[in-house]
Design a protein around this ligand. Sequence first.
Ligand SMILES: Cc1cc2nc3c(=O)[nH]c(=O)nc-3n(C[C@H](O)[C@H](O)[C@H](O)COP(=O)(O)OP(=O)(O)OC[C@H]3O[C@@H](n4cnc5c(N)ncnc54)[C@H](O)[C@@H]3O)c2cc1C
Length: 300
Amino acid sequence: MSVLNSLIVRSLPLVPKPVVKTVAKRYIAGDTLKDAVHTVQQLARIGATSTVDVLGEFVSSRERAEHECAASDAVLEAFHTYNLNAYLSVKLTSLGFDIDDEFCYKNILALVTKAHEYGLFVRLDMENSPYTTRTLDLYKKLRSNGFDNVGVVIQAYLHRSEEDIRSLVRLNADVRLCKGIYVEDASIAFKDRGEVQRNYKKLLRMLLDGGCSTHIATHDDVLIDDAQEYTGAQNIDKQQYEFQMLLGVREERRNDIISDGYRMRIYVPFGEDWYGYSVRRLKENPQIAGYVLKALLTGE
Ligand SMILES: Cc1cc2nc3c(=O)[nH]c(=O)nc-3n(C[C@H](O)[C@H](O)[C@H](O)COP(=O)(O)OP(=O)(O)OC[C@H]3O[C@@H](n4cnc5c(N)ncnc54)[C@H](O)[C@@H]3O)c2cc1C
């Protein structure tokens, strides 16, 4: 990352929120469920499916968690009403994971139950490392209660992920594999880009060879090319895996992957609690300095 980009990334907390919103709007469907439905329909027209996320995380009150749960419930209703080829992604901290495990379980259970009734799927996003074991345990609890319309996420930067995948393969789990976005300590996470890529490739092979339904969530050409080469060489059925990208990121490559005949799902976040997600995305954008400076100077 250039010096200017690093400087802008460090200064983001000082950048006025309206400016951050202007720059980050490419990553977010909008404030309302209607915006998300519209985006899902637009993506369907270019041959992509979606996974929709109600923005919100690290909720500390029961009322707020119930509000978030109701918002995700409304997303499932909309998928059903409009017959959308989409599923739900949720962060457990938005459903009360920091408040009480049982309370959070009750909320996610309600969503997974409704999704099951409608023939829909729910993915538990993976948050930072204090939640890894608890998220995997909650996933296993849902599975042991008979729900198989639910999946998890594994982060390739964590040392523990190889072991986690071993247990998920035994469960024939549905897994999204990403690099990982949170800042983790070097004692538990790979820090070097090359090391993360090496681990990603290794974990991807474990998932595919283990027969898991695998979701290759990355915009990294090295990893996309590797996945295409490996699945091609092993003659892996294209129904066993799909690529996933975030809304507003690397759209040209996304379109190429679709026209090459691969399945592609886009992560579509929406809602009023856009700040934390947007800042994480901006920090990953190699053009962030240019975008923020332009927005500061022109308001666009
Ligand atoms: C569908 C999906 C779901 C995810 N779910 C989770 C999750 O549950 N938990 C979690 O920890 N992380 C999640 N992530 C985030 C992920 O861990 C990475 O932080 C993120 O995808 C960037 O890593 P990368 O593999 O794309 O590689 P990078 O090396 O970061 O990116 C590769 C290239 O893509 C481009 N690029 C990447 N990001 C941006 C951006 N924001 N703006 C513009 N260009 C960009 C750049 O050209 C960059 O060089 C998810 C990612 C995706 C795609």
